[in-house]
Design a protein around this ligand. Structure first.
Ligand SMILES: [Zn+2]
Ligand SMILES: [Zn+2]
Length: 445
């Protein structure tokens, strides 16, 4: 066989695979079970780090499909592997957790669950971020992939990640050997449903999709005393007030215009009574950016300004600045995004694939990217198309993720999620590991 013939054959094979998009028929066949799982998960949400039943339900279904399933990876995490000959290893990730929110959607299958949170408080629980839809889509996709092994080759690795909402589960899975006990993925895929796109569509944002997040707690130390004798005190409330305003100059005066950044002071706590000047004040901040250098610049500016304001007021003790929760930005590999956008356009229709706006929200999928897994992270439309059009026309907003009224339009969104995931996985699994390496490394700046 000549090389020319090998090439022609390879091209034909590739074309043949490319023309095997997940058909509506394949999705129809798996939809009832995926939808049933959705209803079950939605009515039985579990808090971050406590997703035992959720993980068990997903694990048993994947095992039944022939996946080799490992449970309790980094807590309640699961890893399901399906090997299908030589080829790349491609990871698809879903989150498992729900939120302490009381559901007010009025849906017949609304959650009525309450549970104890980590501090022992009794709280309502709701899948207010759509992770139930992600899990159900993953099950539908897993079923199609297991039943169509002639359309792909390589290793499919599905993971159910706990505790995304507390930005801790991805890190725990990695620390528990996700990338050493199991094959290391050549590429990773994840999606997130939201009401900023109508159901039936997907959004692709090459490069930064989600921001980095840093939580910072600042304790300002003053000198307490009588409210009528300020001359004997160093008032930490006045220092805190000045600090809050001065911190707002970081984004407006120090960060280069055009570089996205947010500095929000979400709480100020100080004092007990109107005529007492307290000893200290506490500020809670969240910082969001995309670029690592801007993140560094902002964190340094916060420390500088906070210390300087305390110093200006004559505080005798330097403020305490503590960082306690953080994650990097989610970076969707541009070359992968370009390639997979075409695949999605072929599968869903050109009009149903839009360029998504990067958001300042955060999520810990970034940990997988940090470990050297080039990834494709895309947005799944969740809004009822009619309500979406009405909201757009009237200039209102539909309830966003984490709202007690967040209710994705399940039928089109779940079907689209399964269709999109299947198409993306087939595309990646029909590439070779070395092609994926070349593709994702040429796009690094
Ligand atoms: Zn969320
Ligand atoms: Zn989420």
């Amino acid at each position: 066989m000549t090389w020319a013939r090998v090439f022609v054959l390879a091209a034909l094979t590739a074309a043949c695979f490319a023309q095997t998009p997940s058909t509506a028929k394949e999705v129809d066949a798996v939809y009832p079970e995926a939808h049933a799982l959705y209803l079950d998960l939605h009515q039985h949400p579990e808090l971050s780090g406590h997703e035992a039943q959720t993980a068990a339900k997903l694990a048993s279904r994947l095992r039944g499909l022939g996946y080799e399933v490992t449970e309790h990876v980094g807590g309640t995490g699961i890893v399901a592997i399906l090997k299908n000959g030589p080829g790349p290893t491609i990871m698809l990730r879903t989150e498992l957790d729900a939120l302490p929110v009381e559901e007010k959607t009025g849906l017949p299958y609304a959650s009525k669950i309450r549970a104890k949170d980590d501090s022992g408080r009794d709280v309502p629980v709701m899948h207010a971020c759509g992770h139930d839809l992600h899990m159900s889509a993953l099950l539908g996709t897993a079923t199609i992939m297991a039943h169509s092994e002639s359309t792909w080759h390589g290793t499919l690795m599905l993971i159910g990640q706990p505790a995304e909402e507390t930005i801790s589960g991805a890190k725990k899975m990695i620390e528990d050997g996700l990338l050493t006990r199991f094959p290391k993925p050549d590429a990773g895929v994840a999606l997130h449903v939201g009401n900023d796109l109508p159901a039936g569509t997907v959004g692709v944002a090459p490069g930064y999709s989600y921001a980095s997040a840093d939580s910072v707690r600042i304790t300002i130390y003053g000198k307490g005393g009588h409210g009528a004798a300020p001359q004997n005190t160093i008032d930490p409330i006045v220092i805190a007030a000045r600090t809050v305003l001065a911190l707002q100059t970081i984004v407006s005066r120090e960060v280069k215009p055009g570089d996205a950044a947010v500095v929000t002071v979400g709480y100020i706590q100080a004092g007990t009574k109107n005529n007492i000047i307290p000893d200290q004040a506490e500020l809670g901040l969240t910082i969001r950016t995309y670029k690592p250098e801007i993140r560094k610049q902002i964190l340094a500016a916060i420390a500088r300004i906070t210390k300087a304001e305390a110093d200006a007021a004559g505080a005798q003790r330097e403020p305490l600045i503590e960082q306690y929760e953080s994650t990097n930005a989610v970076y969707s590999d541009p070359a992968l995004a370009q390639r997979l956008r075409k695949t999605l356009e072929t599968t869903l229709g050109k009009d149903n694939v839009v360029t998504a706006e990067p958001l300042m929200v955060s999520e810990d999928y970034a940990y997988f990217i940090e470990q050297g897994i080039p990834s494709f992270y895309f947005a799944l439309g969740g809004a009822d198309p009619r309500k979406y059009a009405e909201a757009k026309a009237s200039g209102t907003k539909l309830p966003f993720n984490h709202s007690s009224r967040f209710a994705p339009d399940v039928d089109p969104a779940l079907r689209t999620g399964i269709t999109a995931e299947t198409a993306v996985l087939r595309d990646l699994l029909n590439a070779s590991a070395s092609d994926l390496y070349k593709l994702t490394h040429q796009s690094r700046q």
